[in-house]
Design a protein around this ligand. Sequence first.
Ligand SMILES: [Zn+2]
Length: 327
Amino acid sequence: MKSVALGAVTRIAPMFIGAARRSRLATLIYHRVVPEQDPLRPGEPTVAEFEWQMRLLRRHFTPLPLGEAVQRLAAGDLPPRAVCVTFDDGYADNAELALPVLQRHGIPATVFVSTGFLNGGRMWNDTVIEAVRRESSGVLDLSPIGLTELTLGSEAERLAAIEQILRTIKYETPRRRIEAVAELVGDDGALPQDLMMTDDQVRKLHAAGIEVGAHTVNHPILASISDEDARREIASSRDYLQSLLQSEVLSFAYPNGKPEHDYRQTHRDVCAELGFSRGVSTHWGAGIAASDPLQLPRFTPWDKTETRFALRLLLSYRNADPLVADS
Ligand SMILES: [Zn+2]
């Protein structure tokens, strides 16, 4: 029944979506693939979900490497239902859990790595999530970051606490963010140190034909730091990866990625000066021929069934890159 509905959606929906199918590029954004559903990371697909998503892309869409897709997008030469798969941040599960699935279905992908967290580091948001997960006292004193005390009974309460903390400190400067997290969790040596890739895992992805892109060193919101620091963050992450892989790094993903909000035109221009060929943001939409190759939109359907996932992805081709469409 499910496959009948999926078949109908992928056959019939494109007729209504019409011309939008051609010469438009959908770029999916992932972060992690988790072994099983994690109530504190409800947005992350499990391996089983990622498996059907990649199978669906292989059967009903045209997965392309990002470099090829960007060239063909500009040339007006994209196949129908062109799609790219990308991962941000550099989680170890990309190499351990996602890679075998990508290989099984022959799906090209780009993994954007924040190099400062490789080899045992942890992103501040993960520190918050893992600390709240392990907090056994049932209450969390948030006065260090100007919030009240929260009760941590149910998983729903823990998730709400996580969302509130992340929202409150996301746009602090990197230094203040680290301080705030340290005040909240202390120096908890029990938190996991294997969430992000090691150098070897990055090499393993590269050797398997997965493109490795840069994503800054410390994952700052570029718009919240000085131009000088932003340039160093962008260039140093690229240099580290190039030296690790002995290979050119040509793709960049802006941390958080909302144009104007998280990064500005100046950061895009720095990427151009440094020689990047393509950049991806997080504004929603499909790439069109006029899209800036250094600021491609991305979008990921969130649906938990194949039919709805396919339909939402098909519909996403209708939304032309707003950075170009608005201008
Ligand atoms: Zn990121």
